[in-house]
Each structure stands twice: as C-alpha cells, then as structure tokens.
Design a protein around this ligand. Sequence first.
Ligand code: HGY
Length: 415
Amino acid sequence: MPAQSVNGDRLLRGVTELAQIGRSESGGVTRPGFSPADLDAHHYMVREAENSGLPTAVDAARNPWLGPRPHPGTTTLVLGSHLDTVVDAGTLNGTYGVVSALEAVDNLASLGFLAHPVVTVAFANEEGARHPRPFWGSLAASGQLLTPAAATTAYDGALLRGALARAGGNLDAIEQAGLDLHQLLAYLELHIEQGPVLERERMPIGIVDLIVGRVQLEVELTGAAAHAGTTPMPGRSDACAAAAAEIVLAVEDLVADWCQVATVCRIEAAPNSPNTITGLVRLTVDVRDTDEGQLHQAADEAVRRIESIAQRRTVKASCTRAASSKPALTDAALRRSIAAAAARRAVPTLPLTSGAGHDAQVMADITPAAMIFVPSIGGVSHTPHEDNSPDDVVLGAQMLQDTALALTSHPGSLA
Ligand code: HGY
C-alpha cells in the first residue's frame, strides 16, 4: 500500500487563506453558522475541490460535500468537520479538519484502486454561535433533527429558515440531507485537541476514546426595570443581581457534586443602561459530563437552582433545553486503524477523552466514528490565541490520510 504524503504547503496555505475569511479586529475569526463569512468559507472549499476536479454538492441542511457523496451501491468513508466558528475564534478549530480531509480525498482520488469512495463534508453550524442549534449539519445528515427547526431563532433574532435558504439549504426538504447508513463505511474527524493533555504529555497524536456530552440551557430572567437611584433596595426585582450575582455562581458550583464542567457563557442584560435596574437577562448555561445520566441530572439541578434563586428574588425564570448531545464512545476498530497508521510511521499516540463536543459524536449514532487530535499550544481554544505547530498540523493530516487509505484499500476493512 503506497504511503502517499500530504502536501503540507498546500494544507497550511488553505488554513491561512481560510483564516482571512471572517477575520475579526482582534485577529481572531468570527464565522457563525449561516453568516455571510461562513458561506464564503464554504464557497472557498467548494472552489478548492472543483479546482482538483472533484464533484461537489450542497444538501438541504447546507452541508457542502466535496468529492463523491454517499450513494447506493457503495459504502463511503466520510472525512469531516466544520467551517463555522464561535465569536472571536482561532483559525484551526474545525477548519483544520475540513482542509485536511479535502487534502486526503484529493490525494486518494488519484490512486484509482480504492475499494471504497472517500468524501469530505463540512457540517453546517457545528458551534451554534448565532443559531442555537449546534451540530445542525451532522444532526440533519444523521436524521436526528428532532424538534421542528423552523422554530429556531438566532440570538440576533434571525429566523433559521431564511438564513438556511440564503445559504442554499431548504428547511422544507431537510430530510433529504439524511444519509443512508448502509452507504457509509465510517466517519473520521481530525481536530485540534482544544485542551492541554497532548502538550502536557508531549504527544503529537491523540486518539479519542470518548467525547463528552453536553446540555445547553437558554435562560430568560424577567424582573422589573426601574430607576437605580429612586427605587428602594427592598422589593426590587433586579434580574441582573439574580442572574449575575447568584445564578452564575450556582451554576459554577454544580461541579462540586453534579458534573464535570458547568459554565454560564453568554449573557445579555436589558435595558443595559448605567442607571436603570436590569429588567431582563438572557443567559446560556453549558453543562458537560461523560456520563449521560449524570449530565441530565446536573442540568435538572441547574434548572432547580435557577428557579429557586429567581423565586426568592421575585424574578420570573424561563429555562429551555436548547440543545443536548450524548456522550459518545468512538469505534474501537477505527481507533485500532488510527493506531496502526501511526505505528507504520513510528508516531507515538495517546488515547484521550474529548472535553469538546464534535460532529463525530453525532455521526457515531449511524456509523462507526473516530477522531484524531493534534496538540493545542497552551491548551487554548475558542480565542484568537488558539495555536498549533505546523509540524503537528501536517502530521495530523498525514495520519488522517494514512488511516483513510488503510480503511478504503480493500473491501470490508472494518469487519
Ligand atoms: O463547544 C464545543 O464543545 C465545540 O467547540 N463545538
């Protein structure tokens, strides 16, 4: 089996060029799902694929497919990740996996002897930074978009239906984005670790064994806006004091007994005026655990604490479970394939758990799925300071390609 080398210069160029799309003043990248910048990134990748002579398609969920999309009579290996980002993100989160996947698909397509096709997908709205439906694209592709997405309104009020249509998707035909699991060989995702483990252990490649589960709560606290000077302290219905002073800390305190991490991330206050008591607070709660039962118990406890604090402070609380993803074990046979590919190049690997959520945990519901990690410098992510060494970036892409080649070189490789 020939060991094809990835073109490191082309890979790093692609990451660098994509980093300019949605560049923010801080030097980070802001490409929320379905934003114009997100669509520009999708268009960039489609052009790159078409310049390599690969077929491309966009499904009803607005997932661009770069290479032969899964189709009857074949079992296709899907290499994926996402191009959308959080606000003020780094340049590699998600993007790295898509650029590396296209590099592998392009190189393997030229071999001409593969027993299984290989395709790249950039799943739409993985982060949910604007439209609070994280994993939108992979949920649609795996037939798991349960609640009617039409009801989803973005944090800035934009309706998903229009944003999706402008991006080439179609909410009314969303089921057409669903994949036939019998046409899938497996799903592989290359990603930066976004945490400190690989750097601390001085390991260049991580093989993910378990991906954390997550519940996201949308919380609205309604108090009574009033004059900050003339309104007596007793009897105020101050949404900010209830939220900022107590609920944020009560959520943080969940980790003592209930879950592994818990964070109030997004918070808005209205009228947000320097001398008016806050009448309305909207905030999000991010709860994570690798045990599904524990995760949902922690989310329930978060709601109990929020409602108790709100009641005591005469503030009305509304808590909604906006999104949840199950913890997911990756596929053991795929993990062995990744380890074997690394061993063929004498590359050491480390098994580790992912504290970040990924499309791979969604795809694991319909096909064997696994992830390859590369170290994050300082363990930093979701900030412009996210960084990785070019050597690690190229090596990770090589591991993805070598594993994909091994999996597709002969029929039934995963048996
Ligand atoms: O937030 C996360 O877990 C990931 O970055 N999607």
